[in-house]
Design a protein around this ligand. Structure first.
Ligand SMILES: Cc1ncc(C[n+]2csc(CCOP(=O)(O)OP(=O)(O)O)c2C)c(N)n1
Ligand SMILES: [Mg+2]
Length: 443
């Protein structure tokens, strides 16, 4: 046995020595190794040669050509309205009726007002947390307006306008934020974690980007069931750094799932600017890299968003394919009530976006120029919304909390003994120290 392995080793040693000697031969050490000299007078030019590789023919080239890490010209951005809300001549867009345009504007203002009042309610200590869509009202409302109610929404957390457009009432928003017994989530989640079966709106999950593969799976199932609908998922620039984004895009492309990926590239992921997030030309190029048809849109232009989402939906549903939309915008508010963004970005930058790029004012100018809006309608709308919202807060606060038992149910068919024990302890503790607990939680 020993003898045999020694023989094999000797054999390999002699082969290696032979190969090394061969490499030292002059014709293989010159600066043009023979294996690269492939074009001769009798052979077709290398430029005519291709390899039939899965996915299509790949051309050969004789020189090393590395793809550049960046292009001089960034992917252009589709827009219809200029910063003043005038329609730019020569632009292509979908026709929007007066009714739809006015509802879009009403909902943008409702969203803005709800955000302001709920934000203030948090500052007054009446709710524990809030997060606004400030600066991103057009993405919220115009994208929702372009979809069908049968399309299933998988939101991140800054898309309450989509739910508003679908008919979730201001009172329902307040009930969720105040965690009362009418909250669909039975008060178990932080404020802004909305969800509604009725509105085809899957409950918000704080864990960034988990909604993306869920949307792709749902889209694939819609396709299998031959439904005339698609799944739509929203996420931020920060969300695009998660593995779930990449897995979701690849899966959707390969499985040809009818899903629309809407990325709100608002420049910031809490305090992380996009320059610390990625070095690619934003998100749009990643769609193309995965084989997903993609477009970059001005996220503060409601008409551009409406047109792009409508076209995307048409392609997703009729051609059974994923589409990616990168909406360029700016998070004009703080990340949430737990953040002070002036600590990491200049106040001037925020003011500039608010004063020159406000998507709501821009859309208002457009409908006003069409003769569909005026100052009187504006002040009536704003006053009425403010009154309604103050009333919803008042009601939401006065409604009792979900029963204590709701903390322990809905997970197990038969609750395990440790959970039963915990429930018993909690009830005893509340009874013993009633002044330490709110009185509006039914036991
Ligand atoms: C998996 C995961 N990582 C980190 C966080 C903490 N976190 C909450 S929001 C957020 C920023 C997300 O930014 P972006 O996706 O751009 O959305 P935006 O807030 O700008 O709308 C982070 C990092 C989280 N919730 N989940
Ligand atoms: Mg962001």
């Amino acid at each position: 046995m020993m003898k045999k392995s020694t023989t094999i080793l000797t054999h390999f040693k002699s082969r290696i020595t032979h190969l090394l000697a061969d490499r030292r031969k002059p014709h293989l050490t010159n600066s043009h190794p023979r294996r690269f000299n492939c074009t001769t007078a009798n052979n077709p030019s290398i430029h005519d040669q291709v390899i039939d590789f899965p996915g299509g023919n790949v051309k050969f080239i004789p020189h090393m050509r590395f793809l550049s890490e960046s292009t001089e010209n960034r992917v252009p951005c589709y827009r219809v309205l200029n910063n003043n809300g005038d329609q730019i001549s020569g632009t292509q867009s979908v026709q929007v009726s007066e009714d739809v345009a006015v509802k879009m504007y009403n909902d943008m203002v409702a969203l803005q007002t709800m955000d302001t009042i709920f934000y203030e309610a948090q500052r007054q200590g009446r709710i524990s947390f809030y997060l606004t869509t400030s600066g991103e009202e057009a993405i919220n409302i115009a994208s929702a307006a372009a979809l069908s109610m049968d399309d299933v929404i998988f939101p991140q957390y800054r898309e309450q306008g989509v739910l508003l457009w679908r008919g979730f009432t201001l009172q329902e928003f307040a009930n969720q934020c105040f965690s009362n017994k009418f909250d669909n989530g039975k008060g178990r989640q932080m404020p802004i974690h909305y969800g509604s079966n009725k509105h085809n709106y899957v409950t918000v999950s704080s864990t960034i980007a988990t909604q993306i593969p869920h949307a792709v799976g749902a889209a694939y199932s819609l396709k299998m069931d031959k439904k005339d609908a698609c799944a739509v998922t929203y996420f931020g620039d920060g969300g695009s750094s998660e593995g779930d984004f990449h897995a979701g895009l690849n899966f959707a492309a390969v499985m040809e799932a009818p899903v629309i990926f809407i990325c709100r590239n608002n420049g910031w992921a809490i305090s992380t600017p996009t320059s610390d997030q990625f070095r690619s030309d934003g998100i749009v190029v990643k769609g193309q890299a995965y084989g997903v048809r993609s477009i970059r849109v001005d996220g503060n232009d409601a008409l551009a968003i409406y047109s792009a989402v409508q076209a995307a939906r048409q392609m997703a549903v009729s051609e059974k394919r994923p589409i990616l939309i990168e909406a360029l915008t700016y998070r004009a508010g703080h990340h949430s009530t737990s953040d002070d963004s002036t600590k990491y970005r200049p106040a001037k930058e925020i003011d500039w976006w608010k004063s020159t790029r406000d998507p709501v004012a821009r859309f208002r100018n457009w409908i006003e120029r069409n003769g569909w809006w005026n100052d009187i309608a504006e002040s009536e709308l704003r006053n009425s919304l403010r009154q309604q919202l103050l009333q919803t807060i008042h009601v939401a606060e006065s409604v009792e909390k979900p029963p204590l038992a709701d903390l322990f149910n809905d997970v197990y068919d038969v609750p395990p003994s440790n959970l039963c024990q915990q429930e018993k302890w909690l009830k005893e503790t509340v009874k013993k120290h009633p002044h330490e607990y709110p009185t509006n939680i039914p036991m």
